[in-house]
Design a protein around this ligand. Structure first.
Ligand code: S3P
Length: 429
């Protein structure tokens, strides 16, 4: 596909719903007693993978095109699926569901697309096995299809996490909620806390002290009304676009600002972006953010901020190509096991259009500012790489063509429409 071109960007975008929270709203709704309604559910492919998976496990879920209604079955009400469950591209779905299914008294098989079937699962399989579930990957590997034989008598666990990962943490929490006794999880670095927040919202309890999380099972949840805020990881593409395009002013409404997710705001501030936040809604953890064309300076991004911006690193790399000086991204080896190897994909695809960017073992080094040029690039089937390349293409005089553009539908189905709206100086619905 030939990517959208623009001279400047102006207007307002209502950021699409948060992917992490949308997944969890279905999971908690299914596991609660009573009815849960979800407003502003993300209508992206990944979240539909979660919705369809629970329908296969016997949970009635109704979608009227606006609101999702879930007839919760409780932890003990899930039914064995009639066939293996297709999880598509969604790492969050497969890993969190492993934790849920670990405590069930039946067997489930889950598989994904070519990308998901290459992603590491031992990080979840090992602690869940220690708790008493049986998990097997394809042909004695750690890769999907994964067969889970659940155990309705799981043991609690004390677990020092070897990776900073909200998916691994959440899988263990879901199993711990079904175990008899108290589990303690010690995080390597604090990661997004939507699972913990939602346990409290659904009437359960969990405590966090620094990097130590304590949860006692078994617990029961009550159905709730969930309003999903916008996804800061989707907003990040337009925060970057507004900062690097000339003569631009973008307003982003309903941006989720949970503090475990706002690393991108800290980076933009440190690089010198012309940005401000207003209309903060404390209950919904959301705000409006204005961003304007900015003079940026390169910085070093490393350590405990990495989990707070892990999904934003490809677009931050593009941001850095337009900053004065060198930007160094370190401690981000987790990028290698995302939907693609995002260290290689970001470096190699941006190099094709002239960026001065070098991959390292745990990150990227980017020199700027650089005038990018036209070329032929690929999303490699990774939504965030595809969206990053579209924002890059706004800066080039020549055309940029993108292969596998359809990947953006995983998290942001109307992304290209929103780019066009801003290029025409308009307002999205
Ligand atoms: C997610 C956690 C992160 C993130 C992913 C969503 C979640 O993955 O990259 O897009 O919803 O828990 P890791 O936990 O593997 O870092």
């Amino acid at each position: 596909m030939k990517l959208v071109k623009a001279t400047h960007l102006n207007g307002s975008i209502a950021v699409p719903a948060d992917k992490s929270i949308s997944h969890r709203s279905i999971m908690f709704g299914a596991l609660a007693e009573g009815t849960t309604t979800v407003h502003n559910f993300l209508r992206g492919e990944d979240c539909f993978s979660t919705l369809h998976a629970f329908q296969q496990l016997g949970v009635p879920i109704h979608d009227d095109g606006k609101t999702i209604t879930i007839e919760g079955q409780g932890f003990n009400g899930l039914k064995p699926a009639k066939s293996a469950i297709d999880i598509g591209n969604s790492g969050t779905t497969i890993r969190l569901m492993m934790g849920i299914l670990a405590g069930q008294s039946f067997q489930t098989i889950m598989y994904g697309d070519d990308s998901l079937n290459r992603r590491p699962m031992n990080r979840v399989m090992l602690p869940l096995s220690e708790m008493g579930a049986q998990l097997e990957g394809a042909q004695e590997t750690e890769f999907p299809p994964i067969t889970i034989s659940g155990n309705s008598d799981l043991k609690p666990i004390t677990y020092h996490m070897p990776v900073a990962s909200a998916q691994v943490k959440s899988a263990i929490i879901f199993a711990a909620l079904q175990a008899h006794g108290t589990s303690t999880i010690i995080e390597k670095e604090a990661s997004r806390n939507h699972t913990e927040d939602m346990i409290r919202q659904f009437g359960g309890s969990i405590t966090t002290e620094g990097k130590t999380i304590t949860v006692t099972g078994p617990q029961m949840f009550q159905g709730q009304e969930v309003i999903v805020p916008g996804d800061i990881s989707s907003a990040a593409f337009f925060l970057t676009a507004g900062a690097i395009m000339p003569d631009s002013h973008i307003t982003l409404t309903n941006v989720g600002i949970n503090p475990t997710r706002t690393g991108i705001i800290d980076v933009l501030t440190e690089m010198g972006a012309d940005m401000n936040m207003r209309n903060q809604d404390v209950q919904n953890q959301s705000a409006t953010i204005d961003i304007r064309s900015s003079q940026l300076t390169g910085i070093t991004i490393s350590g405990d901020i990495i989990p707070r911006l892990i999904d934003e690193l490809p677009i931050i790399a593009l941001l850095a190509t337009q900053a004065q000086g060198t930007t160094v991204i370190k401690d981000a080896e987790e990028l290698k096991v995302k939907e693609t190897n995002r260290i290689d994909a970001t470096a190699e695809e941006l190099q094709k259009i002239g960026a001065r960017i070098t991959p390292t073992a745990d990150g990227l080094i980017i020199h700027g500012p650089t005038k990018l040029h036209g070329g032929h690039v690929s999303s490699r089937g990774d939504h965030r790489i595809g969206m990053m390349l579209q924002i890059a293409a706004l800066l080039t005089d020549e055309d940029v063509t993108l292969d596998r553009a359809e990947a953006v539908a995983v998290s942001y189905p109307h992304f290209f429409d929103d780019v066009r709206t801003l290029a025409q100086g308009g307002e999205s619905k």
